[in-house]
Structures are given as C-alpha cells and as structure tokens.
Design a protein around this ligand. Structure first.
Ligand SMILES: [Ca+2]
Ligand SMILES: [Ca+2]
Length: 128
C-alpha cells in the first residue's frame, strides 16, 4: 500500500496515511489544515501508532479546552480507557492555560498553550 498518490507528502502506516507538516501553527489552525486535507489531527490509539522520536514537535488531536483536566480526542476516541504517552509530570496545565497536547522529547506528550506554534500530524484512512 502507498499514500504516494496523494498530492502532498503522506506516509503509509497500518492502514492509514499520515501527513507531517513542514509549517508550524496554532492548534486551531492545524486542526483546520487537516480538515482541508480531508483528514484530522492525529489520534494515537496504541503504542504501535505512537511516534517514537520526532525531530520536531507535533500537535495531537487531543485537548482539554472544553473542561480543564478532562482530555478529549477530537474524534471521540475514549481517552480515559485509551492509550496515553504523557511525559512524566505532564499534563501540568502550567502557566496560564495549557489545553492542547503535542509530541515532545522522544515523542512523549506534553500539554502547552494552544496558540503555541507547532508542527502537526494529520491522519486519514487510505482512500478507496
Ligand atoms: Ca489544561
Ligand atoms: Ca505542560
């Protein structure tokens, strides 16, 4: 299988296509960008899908914008009973508000303020 037929640089993994952005932007804008690419910000469902050592920081489709401390995946995936890979001591809602999650050192997750400029990963099923 391949995702090469898509117009931008998508990588194939386990039935899905992933786009690693070159640009950095706020979480909301990254979410919109993925939509425009007929995809969504990445939702990590298991260890296999976890990105182990990104060179850059990437937004995840994970936020506690609705209710502080209540993390939610943008596609409704069950957060409470699902896979997580937070860096030790995170999420810590440090400073003013840290309500958006991104991949950090060694791919571990951190919450940061949503207007932080970050790379992002979009995912979608391989088009039929
Ligand atoms: Ca928070
Ligand atoms: Ca944090």
């Amino acid at each position: 299988m391949s995702c090469a037929f898509l117009k931008v640089n998508w990588r194939y993994f386990n039935g899905k296509c992933y786009y690693f952005s070159l640009q950095e932007m706020e979480w909301d804008k990254a979410k919109e960008q993925c939509k425009e690419l007929h995809s969504q910000l990445v939702v990590i469902n298991n260890l296999a899908e976890q990105v182990k050592s990104p060179e850059e920081r990437y937004w995840l489709g994970l936020t506690d914008l609705n209710t502080e401390g209540k993390w939610e995946w943008i596609d409704g995936t069950d957060y409470m009973n699902g896979f997580t890979f937070w860096k030790k001591g995170e999420p810590n809602d440090s400073g003013t508000h840290e309500d958006c999650a991104h991949l950090w050192t060694l791919g571990e997750w951190n919450d940061v303020y949503c207007t932080y400029k970050c790379h992002y990963i979009c995912e979608k099923p391989v088009p039929a």
